[in-house]
Design a binder for this molecule. Structure first.
Ligand SMILES: Clc1ccc(Cc2nnn[n-]2)cc1
Ligand SMILES: [Zn+2]
Length: 240
């Protein structure tokens, strides 16, 4: 996909640095995670999700993913602990996926990718008044990344918490948004254990289209992931 874009002079990830020079910055995401090179940090405690009173507002195809937005006018749905100095409010979650097989996640682990990756996007409402302000500040956002692995099992019901695997051990590093504006404002928390979802569920993503309802050609929405970026000397820490 990316090669084709380059040959056709497309506006895919490799061309983003034209309009967003930060694409070549020092804390870009995603990255390829090398578990043996991650530094185990005994001071890194567990992160805590308080989503019980979470109130989703809508679900939408925003042209490059499927996004569920949440009410974020108070601290009813927050993540805290782990590498975070204070609670961060849940703003939205969305997914990245591929066209088939096990490609589609944004982060990779020793070069291996998963079929999809769920991103729960949170913002630092203690330090900033709005999401927009937080989104361009170095400690403004915290994105929880959960790998989704295809399997024939099925699972019913839907609640952000039930999407979490049993073990919440994670890697954490300082990075960025993975689509323009690519702000270097994200404290990444990537859970090690993938969630198992059914091929049927993954198939649902692949029926989504990039094009708007009014447009006639239907471009299938797939491969909406940015490839891994250079670490540039950053340390990836591992919880216990
Ligand atoms: Cl508000 C917003 C902007 C960009 C993205 C894309 C992304 N960045 N990091 N993970 N996904 C998600 C939400
Ligand atoms: Zn994302």
């Amino acid at each position: 996909m990316q090669m084709v874009e380059e040959m056709q002079g497309g506006d895919g990830p490799s061309a983003w640095n034209k309009n967003y020079p930060v694409a070549d910055g020092d804390r870009q995401s995603p990255i390829d995670i090398l578990p043996h090179q991650a530094r185990h940090d005994p001071n890194l405690g567990p992160f805590v999700l308080n989503y019980d009173r979470c109130t989703s507002i809508n679900i939408a195809n925003n042209g490059h993913s499927v996004v569920v937005e949440f009410e974020d006018s108070d601290d009813r749905s927050v993540i805290q602990g782990g590498p975070l100095d204070n609670p961060y409010r849940l703003k939205q979650f969305h997914f990245h996926w591929g066209g088939k097989g096990c490609h589609g996640s944004e982060h990779t682990v020793e070069g291996n990718s998963y079929a999809s990756e769920l991103h729960l996007v949170h913002w630092n409402a203690v330090k900033f008044k709005t999401f927009g302000e937080a989104a361009s500040a170095p400690d403004g956002l915290a994105v929880l990344g959960i790998f989704l692995e295809g399997s024939v099992t099925d699972f019913k019901g839907f609640n952000p918490k039930c999407l979490l695997p049993s073990s919440l051990h994670y890697w954490t590093y300082l990075g960025s948004l993975t689509t323009p504006p690519l702000h270097e404002s994200v404290t990444w928390i990537v859970v090690k254990e993938p969630m198992i979802v059914s091929e049927k569920q993954l198939g649902k993503f692949r029926t989504l289209v990039f094009t708007g309802e009014e447009e006639d050609e239907r471009t299938r929405m797939e491969n909406n992931f940015r490839p891994p970026q250079l670490l540039k000397g950053r340390t990836v820490r591992s919880s216990n």
